[in-house]
Design a protein around this ligand. Structure first.
Ligand code: UDP
Ligand code: MG
Length: 347
């Protein structure tokens, strides 16, 4: 087992290694599927059916950890009903909507499998791929990434913004964040435990996953459009996530000011020398209001951007220092007895 995390003393309850169940215990499944769900009422049946069908073909023990991320519809009720009938379904009910990244974290904390696969509820990530992932995992890979080979099912706008984001973050960050790789991947238990040791509250999962390293390989897939209901992540949320990603995985926005400052200072000096020389030789003519005003506005603009960027970092430092838990669990539904009758609950 792993040791306690580095910041065990000031970290919230979830970051500590106190699983209430035995990860390597007798009844721990081989594979855990972790699914964050926010208002997914309409899609749950189809989701569970598909996953059961796919997993049935694989012939290995598994559990489906469904995290209800504060849904306002009947998601929790439906999940609880499903869990009653099928002991392989575990339901984690969060106290409110914490966002996908936090919900995923909650699910990863609750998962007990030897390997864990995060999977979206909307079936945009084909569970059929899990078979290939397991095969590669058994060949010795710790992480099997599912990479989207194209984004044709997305809107043009989403495609463009995604491309922009990836090119930006890949250029800015030292961590190699792979393009078109989502949360859908298989992780060995060792990797999951490593992930859980990362103490930060800003859970930019893509970045954290990439930071971990380990032996990785890739399987490709084509992403179909969403099955039920609308996208649950609004664009503004994704924008915030992108900002989180850039700021948690790059200090370039902070450092750039040093270079820019040096360049601007150098240019100003040259200009100053030129003005002084000019005045000494030819005497002063017009008061030069235009130059003054332009310079003033320009530098004020620079300063404000600079302060804004500092603010973004400070805000994140503040949220890390507050060390609030990433999520809160209201209830957990885990029917141990039901597991024995797995066969009956199959369909
Ligand atoms: N989701 C969540 N909490 C949220 C938003 C989304 O748990 O606040 C879940 C959602 O139910 C789905 C997954 O995250 O299972 C991905 O959401 P969506 O399909 O809307 O986003 P995408 O990643 O496809 O853009
Ligand atoms: Mg989706």
């Amino acid at each position: 087992m792993l040791t306690t995390p580095r910041h065990a003393n000031n970290s919230g309850p979830i970051m500590e290694f106190t699983p209430s169940y035995e990860v390597n215990g007798e009844d721990a499944p081989v594979l855990s599927i972790v699914t964050p769900m926010f208002n997914e009422e309409d899609g749950i049946e189809r989701f569970l059916k598909t996953v059961r069908r796919v997993m049935g073909d694989l012939d290995l023990s598994y559990e489906i950890v469904c995290v209800n991320d504060g849904s306002q519809d009947g998601t929790f009720r439906k999940l609880a009903q499903a869990a009653e009938k099928d002991g392989r379904i575990v339901v984690i009910d969060l106290s409110r909507n914490f966002g996908k990244e936090a919900a995923l974290t909650a699910g990863l904390d609750a998962a007990r499998g030897q390997a864990v696969v995060p999977l979206d509820a909307d079936l945009q990530e084909p569970p059929e791929l899990i078979g290939d992932m397991v095969r590669l995992w058994r060949q010795g890979y710790d992480v099997v990434l599912a990479k989207r080979s194209d984004r044709s099912s997305d809107t043009r706008f989403k495609r463009m913004s995604a491309r922009l984001f990836y090119s930006l973050i890949r250029r800015l960050s030292e961590t190699d964040i792979q393009e078109n790789v989502g949360d859908f991947r298989l992780m060995d238990r060792q990797v999951v435990e490593a992930l859980r040791r990362l103490p930060e509250r800003t859970r930019f999962m893509k970045g954290l996953f990439a930071w971990l390293g380990y032996r990785q390989t890739v399987v490709e897939f084509v992403r179909p459009p969403r099955q039920d209901g609308a996208e649950k992540q609004r664009f503004s949320k994704l924008l915030l996530l992108a900002l989180d990603g850039i700021i948690s995985f790059s200090s370039m926005p902070l450092r750039i000011w040093t270079y820019l400052g040096l360049i601007v200072a150098f240019l100003s000096m040259t200009y100053m020398v030129w003005i002084v020389g000019n005045t000494l030789i030819f005497g002063s003519d017009t008061p030069g209001f235009a130059t003054l005003a332009t310079a003033l506005l320009f530098f004020n603009g620079l300063l404000m951007i600079n302060m804004g960027i500092l603010g973004e970092y400070v805000a994140r430092i503040f949220s890390e220092v507050k060390a609030r838990p990433v999520y809160l669990v209201r209830t957990q539904v885990r029917h141990r007895q039901a597991r024995e009758s797995d066969g009956n609950a199959q369909n």
